[in-house]
Design a protein around this ligand. Structure first.
Ligand SMILES: [Zn+2]
Length: 410
């Protein structure tokens, strides 16, 4: 897939502009992009309209927001409910996995998602994709963990493996030659759908986790820690993890510490909504999924009041969670928890741009940033309902998707 040729000059009339900072939407803004970057941003005037005529991209009935960032995905896996496909994807060779990854990226792009942070796959295919520029005809930022680290005999077989026999977690991280973007550690079990709120014990001791985070830091790498329940999350926060993934039932004291230390939290609440919808209706598991979602919404509401940095991450590839599309679903959950639409956009743009090392490039619509943005029909109040099918997606001033479909050529 090739993007359209670079538009050297682009003038876009945004009916409403949500700039990614969390502040309220502004009316009638003229965005001027040159050489892939935003060179000016100002109130649209009648004389602009007359002077620009047919060179003006008229989005006066639409909302424009920065390109979206999903802070937790698994690009080698699809959200399909077809179990045979899910099983096959887990044992794919690199040659089989690449088209899957590329199709997930194209899907994501068509929904306005322009960057993702991957939470790992056992064969490290996503890292192979991310580090091979020859594969990058889709203009997309992928941050990859490679293979996640878990403890022997514990949860996480699908996304990673344990340290080698006789080696500690820290030694394994220190000696791993893979060109990772971040280290992923699994420090608890998966959230239970059999028993509401059941906590599993941590996979690693507090000392092991501490040494592991230090080992990653010495390599200049951030750590992404899967942790549910109070003790697994507490240990990860104490160790200095950059982000807590999932964090179901972590409890108020963890949220308070994360707010104090500004540890990122990626609640992946959409996974529970998807389970509740995909699992047999009226069954115990579906009921527990709904209750877990409600509990997570309460935790997210408390995190917002505390000022803890909550990021939109979907765990796309999980059952019923589809790449790209799920971002709007996770943002809707944030709004249910009390976020304004503009704040929810910030959790999917400006805040994750810091985590992914993209600050200053994307995540906000302002002068000097990339011309990377999404156009969605209608005002901000209908944004999340309509975000599944954006009118247009621009990356660095190039139109890369239109009408919810990627622009294909060749
Ligand atoms: Zn995950």
């Amino acid at each position: 897939m090739e993007a359209a040729p670079l538009n050297t000059i682009l003038h876009v009339w945004a009916g409403w502009l949500i700039d990614g900072t969390g502040g309220p939407a502004r009316r009638d803004v003229l965005i001027h992009v040159e050489g892939g970057k935003i060179v000016s941003l100002r109130r649209m005037r009648l004389e602009d309209k007359l002077a620009l005529e047919d060179r003006l991209v008229d989005c006066s009935e639409s909302t424009i927001l920065p390109g979206l960032i999903d802070s937790h995905v698994h690009l080698t896996m699809s959200g399909t409910g077809d179990e045979s496909i899910r099983q096959k994807q887990l044992s794919y060779t690199a040659d089989q996995a690449m088209p899957v990854i590329r199709s997930h990226l194209a899907q994501s792009l068509s929904r306005g998602v322009v960057a993702v942070r991957d939470g790992g796959d056992a064969a490290s295919h996503t890292l192979s994709y991310a580090t091979d520029p020859a594969l990058h005809s889709i203009p997309f930022r992928v941050r990859a963990a490679g293979k996640a680290w878990r403890s022997r005999g514990r949860y996480g077989r699908l996304i990673g493996g344990p340290p080698a026999e006789g080696m500690s977690l820290a030694q394994s991280i220190a000696s791993d030659p893979s060109p990772l973007d971040h280290v992923k550690i699994v420090n608890s079990g998966v959230n239970s759908l059999k028993e509401f709120g059941r906590e599993t014990r941590p996979q690693f001791s507090a000392a092991e986790l501490d040494a592991a985070v230090q080992a990653a830091r010495r390599k200049g790498l951030k750590t992404m820690v899967h942790a549910n329940g109070s003790v697994p999350v507490r240990d990860a926060v104490d160790a200095g993890a950059t982000s807590i993934e999932h964090g179901f039932f972590m409890g108020n004291s963890n949220l308070e510490r994360m707010a104090d230390l500004q540890v990122f939290w990626v609640p992946t609440a959409i996974t529970m909504k998807a389970y509740a919808r995909e699992l047999p209706k009226g069954g115990l598991e579906a009921e527990i999924a709904w209750r877990t979602l409600e509990h997570q919404v309460e935790q997210i509401a408390y995190a917002r009041r505390l000022g803890a940095p909550v990021l939109v991450g979907t765990d796309s590839g999980s059952l019923g969670v589809h790449h790209g599309l799920a971002v709007a679903g996770e943002m809707e959950i944030l709004v249910d928890a009390g976020y304004t639409v503009e704040e929810a956009v910030c959790c999917a743009t400006s805040d994750p741009s810091r985590l992914l090392g993209l600050r200053g490039e994307m995540g906000q619509i302002k002068k000097g940033m990339e011309g990377t943005f999404v156009v969605v029909a209608g005002p901000p109040k209908t944004l999340l309902r309509r975000m599944g099918q954006p009118e247009k997606v621009f990356v660095q001033g190039r139109l890369v998707a239109s009408g919810g479909l990627p622009i294909l050529s060749g």
